[in-house]
Design a protein around this ligand. Structure first.
Ligand code: GLN
Length: 480
């Protein structure tokens, strides 16, 4: 069954693969680099929603002088760490601090920037330093050195740590007063505050950390040396200084500030600015849903049928598959397929493929359960009657049981379609640029969480309403 699913998926993505081979066939090698796009001025999406920042410019310029190509994979910081470790990407650049712990699993380039950790609070906060944190909550970002630092001193100062996946959610927790403070790199916080983030830094930076480009320990060494070589050249020819100035100079800051305050504070401004990426994100959501539903239906119907065969092994297998894939939270399944499996097999799985396999297995298990239930709920006597009239099992199933069973399944199927659409949002954890991930990236730049999440919620509701209407029509047709 799984083999079949894999086969269908492979056929489906044959086209995708062909286009990738096209890229590889050129003389310049393409490396996939994961990054954290919520980390200005190092990495973020600009007002045209293109990835920019010190790290991106460095990477691009280094690729240029060293003769390779880069493909940026915009995931969160923690997700980037995992994709490097699982071999899903070739390296990461994300304002990543070189630490002794990380050196055990990563090889780092020569440092390209330095920044310590500071604590920030609300401008009018009574918290003036670490000593005021007793009994309070402090926000950090998953897997970062800021989080490590907070955890290392939390017992001493008696505070609790709450963890978020990206910087913006961490800041918001402080702004909304849930947490009284957050820990983040000084370069990032001071840039944020200069460009409009309503927080205040109250501590001196900790012993300075150095940022480095990272690859998995022992892997991609040629990429690492190209990075080091390229960095040396950029420092020698002045490009490095130019890049730093481009993003942190006063001109850059006032430009960023202007963008943050003029264009993107009103609903219409945000819509105008982000229309095309939102449409793209929605397109990806719909595409994922459709491919996911098709594969899930194939998988689910097969597993459902297995569950009603007059064969104990088949029924047991079906029940086990349903039990496992319905039981696993979707997010765990997605991370397992995207980050866990490649660790084991050594083969990369494109995020989109990992995403639809996740949907096919999870939604497919639900479909299998109601397909099986639908068939079983047709009165037993019907099968007996058909068989005693001399019809073989298959024919009795096709001609007598299924037509009745399918009618019972239709509402569940429609329901599952809608659930699948909503579930695609979870796939943002593996960096798929669907609607939800698009929202996260927009907010990382304009810090307008309320409006942007409002817009995204309305888009989902509109699509789901359309889908419900459509399915009502189909249902009525089929019932006739
Ligand atoms: N410099 C910090 C670290 O390496 C944070 C990086 C980030 O959040 N992108 O952990």
């Amino acid at each position: 069954m799984l083999a079949l699913l894999a086969m269908v998926t492979t056929v489906f993505f044959a086209g995708l693969q062909v286009s990738q081979i096209g890229v590889e066939a050129t003389s310049e090698k393409t490396y996939t680099i994961a990054t954290d796009v919520t980390f200005p001025p190092f990495v973020y999406a600009d007002e045209n929603n293109e990835y920019v920042g010190i790290d991106i410019s460095l990477m691009k310029e280094i690729a240029k002088v060293e003769g390779f190509k880069v493909k940026i994979q915009p995931v969160g910081f923690n997700a980037a760490i995992q994709s490097v470790q699982s071999g899903q990407v070739d390296g990461m650049i994300a304002g990543m601090t070189i630490t002794n712990d990380r050196k055990k699993t990563f090889d780092f380039s020569t440092p390209y920037y330095s920044s310590g950790i500071v604590m920030a609070v609300k401008p009018n906060s009574s918290v003036k330093g670490l000593d005021n944190l007793k009994g309070k909550k402090v926000a950090v970002k998953t897997g970062t050195s800021g989080a490590d630092y907070a955890n290392s001193i939390k017992d001493k100062y008696g505070f609790k740590v709450v963890t978020f996946d990206d910087s913006d959610n961490m800041y918001n927790d402080v702004k909304s007063g849930n947490a009284v403070a957050c820990f983040e790199d000084s370069a990032v916080l001071s840039y944020g505050i200069k460009t409009g983030l309503a927080l205040k830094i109250v501590t001196k930076p900790t012993a300075t950390g150095n940022y480095g480009f990272a690859v998995k320990k022992g892997a991609n060494q040629e990429l690492l040396s190209k990075f080091n070589e390229g960095l040396k050249k950029l420092k020698a020819n002045g490009t490095y200084d130019k890049i730093i100035k481009q993003y942190t100079g006063s001109e850059a800051i006032s430009k960023q500030k202007a963008n943050a305050t003029v264009d993107e504070t009103t609903l219409s401004g945000i819509l105008k600015q982000n229309k095309s990426v939102l449409i793209k994100g929605l397109g990806q959501t719909i595409y994922l849903t459709i491919v996911g539903v098709i594969l899930a239906t194939i998988f689910g119907v097969l597993v459902g049928f297995l569950g009603v065969l007059p064969n104990g092994f088949a029924r047991g297998l079906s029940a086990t598959i349903i039990y496992i894939f319905r039981g696993l939270p979707l997010i765990v399944l997605a991370l397992f397929i995207y980050n866990g499996v490649p660790n084991l097999t050594g083969n990369k799985i494109p995020a989109f493929v990992a995403g639809v396999i996740t949907l096919a297995l999870n939604e497919g298990a639900y479909i299998a359960a109601f397909v099986k239930g639908g068939i079983e709920s047709v009165d037993k006597g019907q099968m007996e009657a058909a068989r005693s009239l001399g019809l073989p099992f298959g024919k009795a199933m096709r001609k007598v049981i299924l037509p009745q069973g399918i009618k019972l399944m239709i509402p569940s199927f429609v329901n599952q379609f809608i659930i699948t659409l909503k579930d695609t949002s979870i796939l943002s954890v593996i960096g798929l640029l669907e609607l939800t991930q698009t929202g996260k990236i927009i907010i990382a730049r304009n810090l307008q969480g309320f409006t942007v999440w409002g817009i995204i919620a309305v888009i989902y509701l509109i699509i789901i309403t359309l889908l419900t209407l459509l399915s009502k029509i189909v249902e009525r047709r089929l019932n006739r």
